[in-house]
Every structure is written in structure tokens, then in C-alpha cells.
Design a protein around this ligand. Structure first.
Ligand code: GTP
Ligand code: SPV
Ligand code: MN
Length: 648
């Protein structure tokens, strides 16, 4: 009994709503009070963890030395407690215009993924990245040795959670219990991360209960960190940008992330697990973990599913939720960022969305561009780094026509902002909404189907202001893999790259490969052996511009015209013209009904000068970056196309 009294004191000194909640809950549902490695468990039931999971947590307690421990159960009341704690800490504020919506402002030094600080750790460097040519800096990922990783982890994590709460989040990527799903345990010292993970993944008791001692899980350790000099710049958003590191050790199914609270750096189920670790599991098990949206499209009562890989901030969320402008079409959304796909016993490619929410780019989202997103995000949503209106709502670039013109605006940094006089954007270009997928009014009825949805076509795409046609169909599977490998796109605000340089971004996966890109290409090529029913593959480009720098294509809902052409190709309609770079629509075969001023010729012009340069760049990229690891089939595709344009 004295121990219990003492614990109540501790709970009180935990000092927050959540502490009081825990006290109530402990009396009611959790029964006895517990310690783990001498540290009090102030919330949740450690007995839900498997022996292996508990051992993992204990190890990290010894390393991080938290003040107390909170085992997440995923409940509504837990969430309310966390949100109220975050409010007290000044991390989030309420947005009273909407229902259960919140605005978080990060430290301005922590606003995007940091690719330069993201590493894969393997014994052999060549398992992680291809060997670049002499004197060339590799750009297909960063490698770290296990020795360096251990050193970096100890330097940063030893005692990093002193005076902080360690949250333990059991989570599932994919519907709980589906054979295609995978489980993770994330440890974090950020309540913002817990609240966001609760939206983005399935978390808590339900997941813990689905685990047995045999359940493998991905071990995810995260701390926002403290700068080496001990000075926290912004107490409402602690982070350590100088020493940020995002580490992955595929062999141990382990992720360690330090120093950032933002997005893909801290919501470890997303890029770290579902793509980087995921791609290594997929390679081993014979499936694909890809940076792809999944949508269903119905035409004439026939429904098909399409997956599409575009680099970060290049249109996945928008396409996944599009409102078709053509009558008779219906689009439904399965996922907007990640697809896990495998061929079933009948040779049909099937995909699941391993996520449970959308972490979507806010700027550009409006009732005109993406009305479905606008119908999704105004309840139960955490907004990060958007601007705020004086009537308790949000604002970002693109929402000009969606707000009351008389409201005052406070920018993402908390400063007054005025459209006429302010020279900086109101919302950070990588500001985002974090919102439950189930709220999407066009969420596909099959979105949580444990066996996944059948995929008929795969799209690759990027931001290419010049040269690349609106749509091109691959000639065959090898050419399709070559198309994915040659993908290039303008840099965006989703990571730290500055300016609008055209970057190579093979398969829209450059920041997300968990292993050597050459081996990844081999894996894609090998799919041909798994089925006689390969999906058709297309390259799209919504972003081609005219001489005046204006987009040639209206995009968004009008992209259904391109999907329509794709569906007709799936039906083997004779509407394609063979060109050296693949099949393009025959003139008149794209449905332009109701559209005016579309310059078909310019949208589809294949400029030999452009393609000569493009093929030189791609060949150089493959030689310099992939070298010996480039599969012969891809090098042959490249050579023959280059030769064609060299001889033009
Ligand atoms: P991540 O979440 O970073 O992976 O990004 P994403 O691929 O989901 O990109 P998203 O759909 O959020 O789009 C990013 C930006 O591209 C937004 O500002 C959109 O307005 C813009 N965009 C999307 N689709 C189109 C389009 O068809 N045409 C044009 N011009 N812009 C588009
Ligand atoms: C991306 O950058 O591709 C995203 C956002 O989807 S993040 O979760 O930060 O990776
Ligand atoms: Mn993404």
C-alpha cells in the first residue's frame, strides 16, 4: 500500500491530465501498478507486450533512462489525455472552427525529411548502395557500418529521455491480422508522435493482443533529442537538428531515429518501416514495397485498381482522391502514399495500403483542386506548420477562395501575415495534414481488405517541365522497369533539397531504398517470372509547361482523361501510336470533350534533341551511380534507346 500511495504521488508529479487519467484507469482497468527496470509505468498494461517486445523495451529503458513509461493502448481517452498534455506544453493549439482539429508549429529548423542524415546500416556497403564510379559521390542512399551505428546511437541516446516520458506504441502496418500486414513497436519521447501514429497506423491493445511470442516485429526507437550544449531552442518543439540521424538496420529489422519530430523522420511506420525496412523484407519474401498511391476507378460498371509512384509532393494524394470531370467515372481511394504488393497464387498482383491515415501536403489543397481532401480533413486532424485564421481555422497557399476574406491570418511561424504585404508564404511549403483515412468520403470499400486489391496498371510520374509527354505506355516489362529506373523530377519541399533542380528519382524511391538499387532493379525484373499477368505500366507527366512557363495540362480532376485512355489500353483498344520511347495516344484518342485550348501536339511532342540529352543523362547516371550493379536488361534498354536518338 505505501508503494501505491507513492506511485500516486509520482503520477501527480507526472503533472498532467494524462497522469490523472492514468490514475483513474489504473484503479479501473489496469489493476496493479508496475515498474520496468525500476522505472514506473504510469499508463497502460505492460502485460500486453510479448516477452520479446518487453525485452526490447527494457533494453531501451536502460539506454534512454526515461522518467516514466507509458504503454499506449490506442484508446479515445488516452488520446484526449495526450492532446491535452500537448496543449499544455504549447506544442499544439486547438482550431475551434473545426471538430477535434489541432495546429502544431515545429521548430523552424525541423520541417521536412532530412535525406542527408538518413542511413542504412549493413556489414557490407555494397548491400546498401551500388558502388559509384571513381571520384563520384553516390546519391542512391547513405551507408553506415554497424560499428559507426552503435557509436552514433550511444552518443545520442544515452540518457536522452531523462525527465521525459517514454511512450511504447505497438502498431500494425496494414489491417490488424491480415497476412500481408507487419507489426512494429515504436518507442518515442514525443506525445505528438504518439497522437500522429494513432492516425497514421493502427496502434494499441488490439495490435499487442494480435502478437504472439513468434510474431516478428520491427523495432523502432525514436527520440526528439536535446542539442549537445543542453539548450533547447523551442521548448514546445524539442529537437536536435545538428545531430539528427535516421538509421535503419535491415538485418535486425531495426530503426533508430534521433533529433527530429517531423513526419517521415519520426512517424517511423511510414518511410522508415513501410519503405526502407519494408523493401528489404519484400526482397526477401518476393514482393514489392513501393512509394505508390492505390486508387480504384469504375467506368461502365467495370472497376479496376491502379497504383502510381510519383516522388514526394508530385501529386499522389491528389490523384488518389481525384474527382473525375468526365461523366460516368468514379474514383475511390485505397491509399495515397505507400503500396505493399504481391502476386497471389493465381498470378494476380494485389496491393494493400499499409497506412491508416494521410500525411498530406497542405499547400495547393483546395475545394477547386482536391475537394475530397477538403471533405476529409476538418475533423480529428493534426495540422503541422500551416497558417491560422482569426476565426479559429487554417489557411495555406491555394485556400484563397476557401476562407472568409475578412479574417486575419497568422503565418506558420506565429507572425501576422498579409497577402498583399507579406513576402514569405503563410504556410510552410511542406506543411501537412495528418488525418484518418476512414474519413475520406471516397475511401474504397475494399481499402482494408486483408487480401489486398487487384492491380491492373502501374504508373510512374514526376515533375518534368520539358520534354516528357503527358502519357507514355511501356513497350514491355523490361522497358517498364527501365522507365521506372529513369524517372526524374524537380526537387520539392518534402526534403532538404533547394531550388527546382531536376533530380534522378528512380521509382520515386531514391530516398527510400532499403538496399542496393541495382539489386532492387533485378527484383523488379524478376516479377516477369512470377506471373503471366503482369500489369501494364505507364509514365505520366502532369507538369509539362509551354514557352511562357504555363502548365500545358490542367491536371487534377482532368487527369481522369488520362486514366480513361489507360483503361482503354487495358481493354486492348487500338488507340496507341508506337514511338521510340513507348506508346502515346493516337491523335484524337484522348477524350478532350468539354476542354478547350489543349495543345495536343505540344503535350505529346517528342523532341529528338531533348531525348538525346535525356538519354545521355540517364546513361551517365546509370554508369556513375549504379555501375556494375546495373542489370544487363536495363543497360540494354538504355543503350538501344540512346543509340536511336544519337543517330536521329
Ligand atoms: P507526398 O505526400 O510528399 O508523397 O506527396 P504527394 O505525391 O502525395 O503530392 P500531392 O498530391 O500532395 O501534391 C503535391 C503538390 O502538387 C500540391 O501542391 C498539388 O497541388 C500539386 N499537384 C498535384 N496534382 C497536380 C496536377 O495534376 N497538376 C498540377 N499542376 N499540380 C498538381
Ligand atoms: C514524402 O516526403 O514522400 C511524404 C512525407 O510522404 S514524409 O512522411 O515526411 O516522408
Ligand atoms: Mn510520400
Amino acid at each position: 500500500m505505501p508503494e501505491y500511495e507513492e506511485n500516486c504521488e509520482e503520477l501527480f508529479s507526472y503533472g498532467t491530465e494524462i497522469g490523472r487519467f492514468s490514475k483513474q484507469l489504473k484503479h479501473s482497468s489496469y489493476g496493479f501498478f508496475h515498474h520496468l527496470r525500476g522505472v514506473s509505468v504510469v499508463y497502460g498494461d505492460i502485460n500486453v507486450l510479448t516477452e520479446k517486445a518487453r525485452t526490447y523495451v527494457e533494453d531501451k529503458i536502460d539506454l534512454c533512462k526515461p522518467e516514466n513509461i507509458h504503454i499506449c493502448d490506442g484508446s479515445e481517452s488516452e488520446n484526449r489525455g495526450l492532446l491535452s498534455l500537448l496543449q499544455k506544453q504549447g506544442t499544439i493549439e486547438a482550431l475551434p472552427k473545426y471538430e477535434n482539429c489541432w495546429l502544431a508549429r515545429t521548430n523552424p529548423a525541423d520541417t521536412a525529411r532530412v535525406e542527408s542524415k538518413t542511413f542504412i546500416c549493413t556489414e557490407k556497403k555494397s548491400d546498401t548502395i551500388p558502388t559509384p564510379a571513381e571520384g563520384v559521390k553516390g546519391t542512391l542512399g547513405n551507408w553506415m557500418s554497424p560499428y559507426e551505428m552503435d557509436k552514433a546511437v550511444v552518443e545520442r541516446f544515452n540518457g536522452c529521455m531523462k525527465k521525459r516520458t517514454m511512450y511504447v506504441i505497438p502498431f500494425s502496418m496494414g489491417p490488424v491480422g491480415s497476412a500481408l500486414s507487419k507489426i512494429g513497436i515504436q518507442i518515442t519521447d514525443s506525445a505528438y508522435v504518439v497522437a500522429s501514429m494513432r492516425i497514421m497506423t493502427r496502434i494499441g491493445q488490439e495490435v499487442a493482443r494480435a502478437m504472439t511470442e513468434d510474431t516478428e516485429f520491427v523495432k523502432c526507437l525514436h527520440s526528439v533529442g536535446t542539442p549537445a550544449n543542453g539548450v533547447v531552442d523551442m521548448p514546445s518543439w524539442p529537437c536536435d537538428p545538428e545531430r539528427t540521424l535516421i538509421l535503419h538496420k535491415p538485418q535486425n529489422m531495426e530503426i533508430v531515429s534521433y533529433g527530429s519530430g517531423y513526419g517521415g523522420n519520426s512517424l517511423l511506420g511510414k518511410k522508415c518501416f513501410a519503405l526502407r525496412i519494408g523493401s528489404t523484407i519484400a526482397k526477401r519474401e518476393g514482393w514489392l514495397a513501393e512509394h505508390m498511391l492505390i486508387l480504384g476507378i469504375t467506368r461502365n460498371g467495370v472497376k479496376r485498381y491502379i497504383a502510381a509512384a510519383f516522388p514526394s509532393a508530385c501529386g499522389k494524394t491528389n490523384l488518389a482522391m481525384m474527382t473525375p470531370t468526365l461523366p460516368g467515372y468514379k474514383v475511390e481511394c485505397v491509399g495515397d502514399d505507400i503500396a505493399w504488393m504481391r502476386f497471389d497464387e493465381n498470378g494476380q498482383l494485389r496491393a494493400i495500403n499499409p497506412e491508416n491515415g494521410f500525411f498530406g501536403v497542405a499547400p495547393g489543397t483546395s475545394n477547386a483542386s482536391n475537394p475530397i481532401a477538403m471533405k476529409t480533413i476538418f475533423k480529428n486532424t493534426i495540422f503541422t506548420n500551416v497558417a491560422k485564421t482569426s476565426d479559429g481555422g487554417v489557411y495555406w497557399e491555394g485556400m484563397e477562395n476557401d476562407i472568409d476574406p475578412n479574417v486575419e491570418i497568422t503565418d506558420w511561424l506565429g507572425k501576422p501575415w498579409n497577402k498583399k504585404s507579406s513576402k514569405t508564404p503563410a504556410a510552410h511549403p511542406n506543411s501537412r495534414f495528418c488525418t484518418p483515412a476512414s474519413q475520406c468520403p471516397i475511401i474504397d470499400p475494399q481499402w482494408e481488405s486483408p487480401e489486398g486489391v487487384p492491380i491492373s496498371a502501374i504508373l510512374f510520374g514526376g515533375r518534368r517541365p520539358t520534354g516528357v509527354p503527358l502519357i507514355t505506355e511501356a513497350k514491355n516489362w523490361k522497358h517498364a522497369v527501365f522507365m521506372g529506373a529513369s524517372l526524374r523530377s524537380e526537387a520539392t519541399a518534402a526534403a532538404e533539397h533547394k531550388g527546382k533542380v531536376i533530380m534522378h528519382d528512380p521509382f520515386a524511391m531514391r530516398p527510400f531504398f532499403g538496399y542496393n538499387f541495382g539489386h532492387y532493379l533485378q527484383h523488379w525484373l524478376s516479377m516477369e517470372k512470377r506471373t503471366t499477368n503482369l500489369p501494364k505500366v505507364f509514365l505520366v507527366n502532369w507538369f509539362r509547361k509551354n514557352n511562357e512557363g504555363k502548365f500545358l495540362w490542367p491536371g487534377f480532376g482532368e487527369n481522369c482523361r488520362v486514366l480513361d485512355w489507360i483503361l482503354r489500353r487495358l481493354d486492348n483498344e487500338d488507340c496507341a501510336l508506337k514511338t521510340p520511347i513507348g506508346f502515346i495516344p493516337k491523335k484524337g484518342s484522348l477524350n478532350f470533350n468539354g476542354l478547350s485550348n489543349i495543345d495536343f501536339d505540344e503535350l505529346f511532342r517528342i523532341d529528338p534533341e531533348f531525348w538525346k540529352q535525356e538519354m545521355s543523362s540517364i546513361e551517365k547516371y546509370f554508369q556513375e551511380q549504379v555501375g556494375e550493379d546495373l542489370p544487363q536488361a536495363i543497360s540494354e534498354e538504355c543503350k538501344s534507346l540512346k543509340k536511336h536518338f544519337d543517330n536521329y
